[in-house]
Design a protein. Structure first.
Length: 255
């Protein structure tokens, strides 16, 4: 698991300062630090090497006009690689972030329908000056964002955004009450009105233009799950067993 962050900010000096603040708050996510800056945008990541595939990561990843930063563990990387037309065995030598970048370059937002696993990521499209944030259907990997009058920032860590100047830190009493009462909620609220949580199975787009507002869309619903029809009860049991074995084998791929 890694921690990711980024910001779109027209002031280059403020851009660098904000990125360092965001990265400083992600120290618990690992010793490896990656930075990328191409004003008005900057991405950053802190990473530990827990899984073998983590060693393949060199972020952010560039694909044409796209730059991608990701915290991801794809379950079916082979299927993505095959759909992209890559040679057999390529997925084993390709970082998950690179597969996400190639998928986004090929299919755009429709790539989300093909990704299977735990992930949150950001995509900067230099051609359209558009920032996109996405999170896996179950919300396994956290992602928060804050929009100010001159830009938008995001981070794996809520505390990192609290440290940025200009963020509205007035308290959201309803969100705090829900937290204290242990009320489960899928909305985007946090204890601070100016910081939002990207909901599970959602994608956010924001364009670097005057007066732009973030657009939030839910791309996954439980009703969109594939319905499986098999001949017998034993076939269902075998299908579940095979799925669990594949997932467990993937999750146990540690160093």
């Amino acid at each position: 698991m890694s921690g990711i962050c980024g910001i779109v900010q027209p002031d280059e000096a403020a851009l660098h300062s904000a990125m360092e603040r965001l990265l400083d708050d992600l120290t618990d996510f690992g010793p490896a630090v990656h930075r990328w800056q191409a004003p008005p945008v900057a991405f950053g990541q802190r990473q530990d090497f827990i899984y073998r595939r983590d060693r393949l990561e060199h972020q952010p990843v560039t694909a044409g006009q796209l730059t991608v930063i990701a915290d991801a563990r794809l379950i079916d990387a082979d299927a993505i690689a095959t759909a992209l037309g890559l040679p057999p065995g390529t997925a084993r030598q390709t970082a998950d972030s690179e597969l996400i970048a190639r998928a986004w370059q090929r299919w755009g937002e429709q790539a989300l329908d093909r990704l299977d696993g735990e992930f949150c990521f950001a995509v900067w499209d230099a051609a359209t000056r558009r920032l996109t944030l996405a999170r896996d259907p179950l919300g396994t990997r956290p992602l928060y964002y804050a929009q100010g009058p001159r830009g938008l920032a995001f981070s794996t860590s809520l505390a990192g955004l609290v440290c940025l100047p200009g963020v509205d830190l007035s308290l959201d009493e309803h969100a705090i009450a829900d937290y204290l009462a242990a009320v489960a909620t899928e909305d985007a609220s946090t204890p601070y009105r100016g910081i939002r949580r990207l909901p599970p199975g959602s994608v956010l787009t924001w364009t670097d233009t005057a007066g732009s507002r973030a657009r939030l869309r839910r791309y996954w619903h439980i009703t969109s799950a594939v319905h499986v029809r098999l001949p017998t009860a034993d076939d269902y049991a075998q299908a579940v067993r095979e799925r669990l074995q594949r997932i467990i084998a993937h999750c146990c791929d540690t160093e």
